[in-house]
Design a protein around this ligand. Structure first.
Ligand SMILES: NC(=O)c1ccc[n+]([C@@H]2O[C@H](COP(=O)([O-])OP(=O)(O)OC[C@H]3O[C@@H](n4cnc5c(N)ncnc54)[C@H](OP(=O)(O)O)[C@@H]3O)[C@@H](O)[C@H]2O)c1
Length: 258
């Protein structure tokens, strides 16, 4: 069966590689982002390499009505979404009280609110058809508080919780919700979030390997997937048992710049 996926944040990084991977499997794609030129470039590449149809939608997911507009476009075009990949997101660096609140509000809108809205809009059709997959791209940041990235870590914690709760509600149906939690990945995320100089990204994995790992976890219907084994062990078996104050110190240190 050929599935059509909707991928947010397909103009770069992990989302772009997920689009390439999905296309290589012969699936049509609806790609969403603000950078319309990049989306058109990728559409040309994928349509010339594979026998698929790519639709691009220019959308700023920090706008309150963006998810409804995206849904209206796919509905009026008669495009059935079988796979929803909520990947778009961004971070930011600095003490919360010193940061621009407007940026953190936009971050919450993109990382959480639009993600929830898109899930609500597309999940209903999936449940009615008893077929579909949702992949939420969260982060290992979703497992702990993140001093110097307080709002970003909290948005990712929200996604980790939200996706798993939905997954449980969907048991018994043929619809799954997977949350993907990558560690550091070498993408535009670092520049977009002003994270240059943070050591955590010195040994970052590639966007392609992260994308394939997350996509395959979604295909299997995994509840939650961390792309790095060691990191997964630490987050599941060390972090929950550390005294809070020690954990917070370690977490802050990891976010400090060189
Ligand atoms: N890189 C990492 O180390 C890392 C680690 C864990 C989790 N993640 C998560 O992985 C996801 C993808 O990030 P990435 O690493 O691939 O970063 P990236 O290369 O910066 O890509 C982010 C994508 O999100 C889109 N986006 C950002 N703001 C948007 C907005 N207002 N409206 C619509 N689209 C928007 C961007 O598109 P436009 O700019 O064209 O709009 C871009 O396509 C994010 O959710 C991120 O939190 C990343």
């Amino acid at each position: 069966m050929i599935n059509t996926s909707l991928i947010t944040g397909a103009s770069g990084g992990i989302g772009e590689e997920m689009a390439r991977y999905h296309a290589s499997k012969g699936g049509n794609i609806v790609m969403v982002a603000r950078s319309i030129d990049k989306l058109h470039e990728l559409k040309s590449e994928l349509e010339s390499n594979y026998n698929i149809k790519v639709t691009v939608i220019e959308s700023d997911l920090s706008k309150a009505d963006s998810a409804m507009k995206i849904f209206a476009i796919t509905e009026s075009a008669g495009i059935q979404i079988d796979i929803l990949i909520n990947n778009a997101g961004f971070g930011g660096h600095g003490k919360f009280h010193e940061r621009d609140l407007i940026k953190d509000q936009a971050m919450m809108q993109v990382n959480m609110v639009s993600l929830v809205n898109l899930t609500h809009l597309y999940l209903q059709g999936m449940v009615n058809r008893n077929y579909g997959k949702i992949l939420h791209v969260a982060s290992t940041a979703g497992f702990l508080p993140g001093p110097l990235q307080a709002v970003y870590y909290a948005t990712k914690g929200f996604i980790v919780s939200f996706s798993q709760a939905i997954a449980q509600e969907l048991i018994g149906s043929n619809v799954t919700s997977t949350v993907f939690c990558p560690g550091p990945v070498a993408t535009g995320f670092v520049t977009a979030g002003g994270l240059e100089g943070v050591k955590l990204w010195d040994n970052a994995t590639t966007a392609k390997s992260a994308a394939i790992c997350g996509y395959e976890a979604m295909v299997k219907g995994d509840l939650l997937k961390i792309n790095e084994k060691k990191l997964g062990f630490v987050l599941n078996w060390v972090v929950p048992f550390l005294p809070r104050k020690i954990l917070l110190k370690i977490s802050q240190k990891a976010m400090e710049k060189n």
